[in-house]
Design a protein around this ligand. Structure first.
Ligand code: AMP
Ligand code: MG
Length: 299
């Protein structure tokens, strides 16, 4: 997943905590082996090479993540869309120095995209109704991996732990000894606000476009607005708190693409969800359907 995962866990003996952490890391590796689009032998890579106009049987984790992704696509009116992969690849190449892709190449990639062209056949089959469809789980896979790791810790008897997927998704189980919850500082591009949240059996994820300072007309970026087929132009960073890592990860990406106005409408429809959009000039929008977001600095 191209991310460093960290796990902190408390238990009666440190050896038991270490054993549980080791099993949780193995679970993250297992999930990454399935969902990675960097690994050519992952279940996702196999699906991307074989499901065009053909029902492909997939492992249950992959089926679940795609099913959840389609739910968030519908909830966000298509702004969250795992089928943006061909556009993501095009604009990631631009980030790497390949230059702005031609309009013809952009259009060819756009023609491949559309979550409505992904068909799920329970219990375990997926069909692409597009000749060039490719899926990219970069916006939800880390959250899903964190959820599976949390399940492994809990079934090992761990009641107090924090799982951190490179800072982009952080899931809290219980609280540190003697405290009511885990204190997590949220991303603040303004450096003036220091938003914080007390997490307990909840997850927070943050999304932000690449190189926010360079948002010119042709600036590349890793987050795509499916409606334009181009990198999203926004200076906001958004953090979303939800009950699971899968939900916070998908909702943070969806909320960034939707923007605060439409994003708030979506998040207020979900139970127990909080969020904050912050710009480099400390413009803020907050949703408090879940835990309170507090501010460490005056502004
Ligand atoms: P995140 O950091 O969770 O917001 O996810 C960003 C990643 O999701 C990108 O690097 C792409 O792989 C993928 N992605 C980009 N745009 C979208 C989109 N509109 N919907 C779903 N996934 C996307
Ligand atoms: Mg995400």
């Amino acid at each position: 997943m191209g991310t460093v995962f960290e796990i902190a866990a408390y238990d009666q003996t440190s050896q038991h905590a270490l054993d549980a952490i080791e099993k949780a890391f193995q679970e993250i590796v297992r999930v990454d082996d399935l969902l990675s689009n960097y690994k050519t032998d992952s279940a996702l890579s196999y699906l991307n090479s074989s499901a065009h106009f053909h029902a492909e049987k997939v492992p249950s984790d992959l089926y679940r993540v795609v099913e959840e992704s389609l739910r968030f696509s519908r909830l966000s009116g298509g702004k969250f869309d795992i089928s943006v992969a061909p556009l993501v690849d095009l604009w990631k190449a631009a980030i790497a120095g390949a230059g702005t892709p031609s309009l013809a190449r952009q259009q060819a990639a756009r023609d491949c995209v559309g979550y409505e062209k992904i068909e799920l056949t329970p219990p375990d089959q997926i069909t692409f109704h597009s000749a060039c469809m490719q899926l990219d789980l970069g916006a939800i896979g880390k959250g899903y991996a964190v959820d599976r790791a949390a399940e492994v810790l809990q079934s090992s008897g761990i009641r107090n732990a924090l799982i951190n997927a490179g800072g982009s998704t952080i899931l809290a189980i219980g609280s540190p000894p003697g405290q009511s919850a885990w204190l997590v500082h949220l991303r603040d591009p303004s450096r003036k606000v220091d938003p914080q949240v007390m997490l307990k059996d909840e997850s927070v994820s943050t999304s932000e476009q690449t190189a926010p300072s360079l948002l010119g007309d042709d600036s590349p970026g890793h987050i795509i607005d499916p409606d334009t087929g181009r990198p999203l132009r926004t200076e906001f960073a958004v953090s979303v708190i939800a009950q699971t890592g899968t939900a916070s990860d998908a909702l943070s990406t969806a909320s960034l693409v939707l923007g605060p106005e439409k994003g708030k409408v979506l998040l207020y429809r979900m139970a127990g969800v909080s969020a904050i959009w912050i710009s480099p000039d400390a413009q803020m929008e907050v949703v408090t359907g879940g835990p309170q977001i507090v501010f460490g600095k005056g502004f």
